[in-house]
Design a protein around this ligand. Structure first.
Ligand SMILES: Cc1cc2nc3c(=O)[nH]c(=O)nc-3n(C[C@H](O)[C@H](O)[C@H](O)COP(=O)(O)O)c2cc1C
Length: 270
């Protein structure tokens, strides 16, 4: 009788111990997820800002400070401003109307917050495009706009490439391009991260004289305003990059916004 009472190997005890351990572990995991969430969000925001600064040419790849020793947040808060753009009209919208956790990429999956792209127009292979997105303005010390930094994305060979395209204040000339996430093969499509390849982008022009998206990625050096070298041995990634730039600078991307901004500035008429 006593043996039966204190049998620690009984099925009941084993189940009780297993249940208690799982309960304690799940409480610990949930607690750490809740406690670490604000820190994870802050790190994600910092990383996003670092990528914007890299595309804008303010920070070199892998650096977290500029030559003057200013950190990401310091530079960002001094020179950059996040704004929300309605891609259907090309107008700015009041960002206070938007949920603080609004994510344009998630919005692109929701039918009430995005449009479905027809097969003909979906050259970046996105399926859907969000209605609202956020862009960043980089300002001069006198408050005038120096650059605009646009989020861009599109399918390469193995998955979607995500990056930022920075344009100068004529809304036509590239200031820089940088991808912060992609699945392309290192040494092939992954050469999108090669600083020598990226160095070709500044001063290229996104529209030709008729206002059509004109960037092309071509084999062999071509010294004109629109051409960038294709990536060696990576035709599919090359096509993907060309198509995503053309999509996001086109009518269904930032085309209407960029044309309105250019007309507003009187810098160029497209
Ligand atoms: C292991 C492996 C990885 C590859 N990675 C890429 C890649 O990241 N991007 C790409 O465009 N092609 C990649 N390719 C090559 C494509 O399959 C295809 O052959 C290539 O895009 C053709 O380009 P080319 O005409 O410049 O040779 C890869 C091939 C292999 C075998």
């Amino acid at each position: 009788m006593a043996d039966r009472q204190f049998n620690k190997d009984s099925v009941r005890n084993i189940l009780l111990v297993a249940f208690s351990i799982s309960l304690i572990c799940s409480v610990l995991v949930s607690l750490s997820a809740v406690i670490l969430k604000p820190r994870q969000d802050a790190n994600a925001l910092l990383d996003q800002r670092r990528n914007i600064l890299v595309a804008a040419g303010v920070l070199s790849e892998g650096k977290t400070e500029n030559a003057e020793g200013q950190g990401i947040q310091e530079i960002f808060l001094a020179e950059f401003e996040e704004r929300v753009v309605d891609l259907r009209t090309g107008d700015f919208v009041d960002s206070s109307e938007l949920d603080r956790n609004y994510d344009p990429i998630k919005a692109a999956k929701k039918p009430d917050q995005s449009i479905r792209l027809s097969a003909d127009s979906d050259i970046a292979l996105l399926l859907r495009r969000e209605n609202l997105t956020s862009i960043d303005l980089r300002r001069n010390p006198d408050g005038s706009i120096r650059q605009v930094i646009l989020p861009v994305r599109g399918y390469g060979l193995w998955g979607t490439l995500y990056g930022y395209l920075a344009l100068q204040d004529d809304y036509l000339t590239v200031a820089g391009l940088s991808f912060y996430s992609h699945k392309e093969t290192p040494g092939l499509g992954g050469e999108v991260d090669n600083p020598n390849w990226k160095a070709q982008w500044p001063n290229r022009r996104i529209y030709d004289s008729t206002g059509e998206p004109a960037i092309r990625l071509v084999k062999g050096m071509r010294r004109d305003d629109y051409s960038i070298d294709a990536l060696a041995g990576a035709t599919l990634t090359t096509r993907g990059v060309e198509n995503l730039i053309r999509f996001w600078t086109g009518e269904l991307g930032f085309g209407p916004f960029l044309k309105k901004m250019a007309n507003r500035q009187g810098a160029v008429s497209l």
